[in-house]
Ligand binder design. Sequence first.
Ligand SMILES: C[S@@+](CC[C@H](N)C(=O)[O-])C[C@H]1O[C@@H](n2cnc3c(N)ncnc32)[C@H](O)[C@@H]1O
Length: 190
Amino acid sequence: MIPFNHLGWLFKYLGPVAYPKDAIAALCEFLKPVSAHAALLDLGAGTGVLSKFAYGCRKDLNFVAIDPAEGMLKHSPEFVRTHTASAEALPFEAESFETVLIGEALHHFQAPEKAMCEVVRVLKSGGRLFIYEFDPDTFMGGSLCMAEKLLGEPGHFYAPKALKELLESHGFSVLVNRYGWRYSIHAVLI
Ligand SMILES: C[S@@+](CC[C@H](N)C(=O)[O-])C[C@H]1O[C@@H](n2cnc3c(N)ncnc32)[C@H](O)[C@@H]1O
């Protein structure tokens, strides 16, 4: 297993490097329809890298972050309210959030499909879900998948089509943006 709890100091610098500029621009575009001051949940937030990018274009939102690794969360920016918890058991009431972000984290979850049920539970109707991931069907994505499995990580990497279908089965309408071996999912709960 990757000892995230002890690596916050490192991921604070490594995390942002994995996001191409186009993905950050796509995130800002994705956030445009979100209501002013809406609650946003950063799931598997780590050191809050994705929240920081979102804050760059939507400073008005209420940022909440969860991660089981307190040693990652403690490096989050001060505008984020943090909770030590897992995606599979979210400590929030139903329909608490208008937006959920998951960046480079879904493949680390022990039970991503259970986590998806939790996302659907805490999202309001019409809520928006942004996922940033690596495509295991590409050379780079496949190599990362193999390396993480060797490190004892769950390695639940989804190809874009498979993740789109999973989300559609949960009632989302889904768009996929590709950035070479990386991609983002822009989903709306109908
Ligand atoms: C590679 S980091 C990504 C962090 C951040 N989202 C980013 O974009 O830099 C993966 C994160 O997933 C978290 N994680 C692992 N299992 C999790 C789970 N079951 N629920 C929520 N987060 C989890 C890890 O603790 C780690 O902070």
